[in-house]
Design a protein around this ligand. Structure first.
Ligand SMILES: [Ca+2]
Length: 201
């Protein structure tokens, strides 16, 4: 299946989003290199199936699909909703800061609430990146019991990155790949990419 974004295009888009990434990193205490790694891993895999799934959710919510992983960071509405509630509970943000009006606590079982978050995720790349950071925070809490990324071992970082993609307790190839991308982004600018990463160049 042909990917939507080449290696080069992905790098360009991630560069364009540098401000959003830094802002989310500071606000939620998630390393910018980790947010970039997830963006790179997700964006380089987006293909037509993702576009069609989003279209189905947008046009006929609930008919074929209620929810899909959407936007640069490929986040499901219900996943984003849960991550937002966690960040709000921890005093890191408010619904209002994301332009969300709600007279109740957003509920992952309420289709209208999930859709509200899904629309935000699919329309607004700044928000999509903020939600990626909130989701990584939630993954860190779940996998390590804390949110101090600087205190994490490599194994723990791999587990957090794995959890972003799958609900498992062991490191997957996804987690290993994303960790290598994270190391790349941590290194000085201009470092060459690992050799197997420019397949889509
Ligand atoms: Ca998708």
């Amino acid at each position: 299946m042909i990917k939507l974004f080449s290696h080069k295009k992905t790098e360009k888009l991630i560069s364009e989003c540098a401000g959003y990434i830094e802002e989310a990193s500071v606000r939620y205490g998630v390393p910018a290199s980790m947010i970039r790694a997830i963006l790179y891993r997700e964006m380089t895999e987006i293909d037509l199936v993702d576009v069609l799934a989003d279209l189905a959710v947008y046009l006929a919510p609930g008919l074929v699909k209620k929810d899909s992983s959407t936007g640069y960071a490929q986040i499901y509405g219900y996943v984003g909703l849960n991550a937002l509630n966690l960040a709000v509970d921890r005093g890191l943000t408010t619904y209002e800061e994301h332009g969300i009006r709600s007279d109740h606590r957003l509920d992952p079982k309420a289709p209208a609430d999930v859709r509200k978050i899904w629309l935000l995720l699919s329309r607004d790349r700044k928000e999509n990146i903020a939600f990626a950071a909130m989701n990584l925070l939630s993954c860190a809490l779940e996998m390590t019991g804390g949110t101090d990324f600087n205190a994490c071992t490599e194994e723990e970082l791999c587990l957090i990155l794995t959890r972003y993609n799958a609900n498992v307790r062991h490191v997957t190839k996804y987690g290993e790949d994303a960790f290598r991308y994270m190391q790349h982004y941590q290194a000085a600018a201009g470092e060459p990419w690992p050799e197997d990463m420019d397949a889509n160049a």
